[in-house]
Design a protein around this ligand. Structure first.
Ligand code: ATP
Ligand code: MG
Length: 414
């Protein structure tokens, strides 16, 4: 992509009132646009990051036999009444509205109940199980506080997956496969080392649910780590968990974290409440077992910004960067221009994504933008370099700089 064609521009200052680091940087770099508190639009570069995160998630969900769908944002009140979750006392973040004929409808904050309702139409016999479906969708939640930038949105993208099984054991086995798939996802997103599978409250069937918590100062959660036993526990359940697992409190380390995902074993509670049953091999009606597995796609993006950014701006891991290379052309020397155009074509031809800074701007501005946007490799062509037949390569993450011939450069960038 040529930056001269990109409609967004970087800005020196984030809008007043934006207190979170992730949103400040993403707005300044032109990745997101703030509509109002907790509500952000994703611009071309930001959308590329989201799509890459989604693709990584897809590549880990498809192999555990989950099928991608998209449910609706408008939801029926009756579906949620079956489990008592239409009430604003039970769920305090509902956005609700009415159709022209006064029928009340909800705007999807979650899809657990609507998915079960939908699956009732397709699950009749044990032969229809197990099954797993997932979606990427914008959830709408009337969150009380929205001060964490894209880490807590009133509108945000979630990946939610649901699996249905004919027995508790089968669900348990799938649940463990999902945990492993999640671990691979966070590793590929560049936050694997700091992400812990954490015991949390809210399990319906099992005593605890599991959250994926990433160490992050801007996070809103607190967990306790037992490094020796490799156990992490959310502070909400710490008394229970310590008793249950026989943990010595003195060995726990308190850390601030962001919940980047969570998984629940519902047992057969929700399916029983909603009347999703199936005919087993003996012809009897039996209960089905439900698991639910979420990942905060846009929250993860915010967490990556928070954790990896430095004083110059964002630092994207290569796997989710909007481009691999930021190509800078300096001056208006014709040979430089031609060489830059050729290198852009060569890299693009090899499937390497490039942001080509072909704008008529000062060198300092181009370098600053490359750093602010956090593109992993910066390649510069200038008069001086041209004379030596060299390109300058700078790695965003560690600032390491090299002067390379074109062949060396291509070998490096793959
Ligand atoms: P939290 O405890 O942070 O309020 P939650 O427990 O309500 O989140 P779920 O409903 O299970 O979260 O959603 C699944 C995932 O979606 C969470 O693990 C989190 O990563 C993400 N998420 C939840 N709420 C938000 C939000 N308001 N903005 C961005 N991401 C969110
Ligand atoms: Mg939570």
């Amino acid at each position: 992509m040529r930056l001269s064609q990109l409609f967004t521009k970087t800005v020196r200052d984030a809008p007043g009132g934006e207190v979170s680091k992730n949103a400040q940087l993403l707005i300044r770099a032109g990745f997101v646009y703030k509509e109002m508190a907790g509500v952000y639009a994703y611009l071309p570069l930001g959308l590329r990051v989201i799509e890459k995160i989604k693709q990584i998630v897809r590549e880990e969900m498809n192999p555990i036999d989950s099928q991608e769908i998209i449910m609706t944002s408008l939801q029926r009140k009756e579906i949620w009444e079956q489990t008592g979750r239409w009430s604003d006392e039970t769920v305090d973040i509902w956005f609700k509205t009415k159709l022209k004929d006064e029928t009340e409808v909800g705007l999807g904050w979650s899809h657990e109940e609507p998915i079960v309702e939908m699956l009732k139409q397709y699950v009749q016999s044990y032969k229809d199980l197990p099954l797993s479906v997932y979606q990427f969708q914008t959830k709408l939640r009337n969150e009380l506080r929205a001060k964490s930038g894209i880490m807590r949105g009133r509108e945000f993208v979630m990946k939610d997956m649901y699996s249905l099984h004919s027995s508790a054991e089968d669900l348990e086995a799938y649940y463990n496969r999902a945990i492993e798939a999640y671990r691979r996802i966070y590793a590929r997103l560049g936050i694997g080392d700091d992400t812990y599978v954490t015991f949390a409250s809210g399990g319906a069937f099992t005593k605890f649910s599991h959250e994926f918590q990433t160490i992050c100062d801007a996070g809103e959660d607190v967990i306790y780590l037992h490094r020796g036993r490799n156990i992490a526990i959310n502070e909400e359940v710490i008394d229970d968990a310590v008793a249950e697992m026989g943990i010595n409190r003195d060995e726990l380390e308190k850390v601030k974290t962001a919940e980047v995902g969570n998984i629940f074993n519902f047992g057969s509670q929700k399916t029983d409440d909603m009347g999703l049953r199936f005919t087993d091999a003996n012809g009897n009606q039996a209960s089905a077992y439900l698991g639910s597995y979420g990942i905060g796609i846009t929250r993860v993006m915010g967490v990556v910004v928070e954790k990896l950014a430095d004083e110059k701006g964002i630092v994207w891991p290569e796997a989710i960067a909007p481009a691999k290379v930021y190509l800078i052309r300096l001056g208006d020397n014709e040979a430089v221009m031609r060489h830059a155009d050729e290198l852009y074509a060569t890299l693009t031809g090899r499937g390497i994504e490039v942001l080509y800074d072909d704008r008529d701007l000062r060198a300092g501005q181009k370098f600053a933008d490359a750093e602010l946007m956090g593109i992993p490799y910066r390649v510069t062509i200038s008069d001086r370099l041209e004379a030596d037949n060299k390109f300058e390569l700078v790695v965003r993450q560690n600032g390491v700089q090299e002067l390379l011939t074109q062949d060396e450069l291509l070998a490096k960038l793959g």
